[in-house]
Design a protein around this ligand. Structure first.
Ligand SMILES: NC(=O)c1ccc[n+]([C@@H]2O[C@H](COP(=O)([O-])OP(=O)(O)OC[C@H]3O[C@@H](n4cnc5c(N)ncnc54)[C@H](OP(=O)(O)O)[C@@H]3O)[C@@H](O)[C@H]2O)c1
Length: 342
């Protein structure tokens, strides 16, 4: 417990049954960002237990080390590799990519862009971008660009390969992606206001920035799906999931940073689910042969879809449109300083 927020005691309703249905992942390699805790940890454990080689992309920390050891202890036979990757630094992401390229001569079957931070202070990364936008989207955009050749190799050798992005109900915030959040304006993007209702009225503050990043995750999926199809890469899939409201460390970190009160976090979790049930969306996207490119997976569409069984639904028009997709792609390329040709 920190700052008065104590995680509630929830029970998983779907996880065990759904995991039983997953086929063996022997021979596949899956990279996941942010596996030190939360949904990413559950996803890493699941794919490793099913026989995949799991590449864990995490920034350096005690938590990274201990979560890696925990996974190895639980399943000593699992093929798990911890790779240092700080999503707040493009330099670190590029170094991590080189390591993965070296390890994956026979391709990468899935990249799960999972890691994220929520409603943190208005601060800049070492590269000058908003901490939330660089962590949640821009660095994942760069990773995906770097890994595209590996994904193509895996798709050729083993039938398909996937990019799985992790969005949120928060994508509904403003419903309009704005160019300024992709600029080198970290620390100058609306301040530290933590009031969610005010954020939705003034389009400012921590929650407005978070919402832009989660809208970016969904838009990026729409872009990738379109580009894969146009390039005739029908064995590459771009998918996006959301976990509803899942009890992880996400809320705790936000409460500790002053992004919401412990009371509000408790209220949110009244309609929440376990991180195991919340992880089923990205797990399905990574592992189910029936998962479809250009689709959303999670406990439903709409602001109230905070818990429940994973269902498939269409990408939504407020980001799956020409203007928004072009904005996302052009501004993300500008931010990483490189073209991303699919
Ligand atoms: N939980 C929910 O209710 C909820 C709802 C909607 C969407 N989501 C999304 O689900 C994803 C996973 O969140 P979660 O709930 O599992 O949160 P979590 O428990 O806080 O885990 C977040 C993970 O991201 C990693 N991370 C943060 N900053 C990083 C950085 N700079 N470089 C590398 N890794 C970094 C964290 O690693 P460190 O140990 O280094 O901090 C941690 O492993 C996020 O994208 C989030 O937006 C969650």
């Amino acid at each position: 417990m920190t700052n008065g927020y104590k995680k509630p005691n929830l029970k998983s309703l779907y996880f065990d049954d759904e995991v039983q249905k997953i086929s063996s992942l022997q021979g596949k390699t899956i990279a996941i960002t942010g596996t030190t805790t939360g949904i990413g940890f559950v996803a890493a454990r699941t794919v490793a237990n099913k026989g995949a080689r799991a590449l864990l992309l995490n920034r350096k920390s005690e938590r990274s080390k201990s979560s890696y050891h925990q996974l190895k202890k639980e399943n000593p036979g699992a093929n798990i590799v911890n790779i240092e990757c700080d999503l707040q630094s493009f330099d670190s992401v590029r170094k991590a990519a080189l390591r993965v390229i070296d390890l994956c001569q026979d391709g990468l079957d899935s990249l799960c862009n999972n890691a994220g931070i929520m409603a943190l202070k208005d601060e800049a990364t070492v590269d000058g971008f908003d901490v939330q936008m660089q962590t949640n989207h821009l660095s994942h955009f760069l990773l995906t660009k770097e890994f595209l050749p590996l994904l193509k190799t895996a798709a050729e050798l083993r039938g398909d390969a996937r990019v799985v992005n992790h969005s949120s109900i928060a994508r509904y915030g403003d419903k309009k992606l704005k160019a300024k959040y992709f600029d080198k304006r970290g620390g100058d993007l609306g301040g530290d206001g933590s009031n969610m209702i005010l954020a939705s009225l003034t389009r400012k503050g921590r929650w407005a920035r978070y919402s832009q990043t989660k809208l970016a995750n969904a838009t990026f999926t729409a872009c990738l799906h379109e580009k894969f199809q146009k390039a005739g890469l029908h064995n590459l899939k771009a998918l996006v999931a959301h976990p509803g409201v899942a009890m992880s460390d996400l809320q705790t970190t936000t409460v500790n940073d002053g992004g919401m009160s412990a009371w509000l976090a408790r209220q949110m979790m009244k309609n929440g689910q376990t991180m195991e049930d919340g992880a089923l969306g990205i797990i399905k996207c990574m592992t189910d042969s029936d998962s479809q490119s250009g689709k959303f997976y999670g406990p439903g569409r709409g602001m109230m879809a905070s818990k429940g069984k994973v269902v498939k639904f269409d990408l939504e028009k407020f980001y799956d449109n020409r203007l928004t997709k072009d904005l996302l792609w052009n501004k993300s390329c500008e931010a990483i300083g490189q073209e991303f040709v699919v």
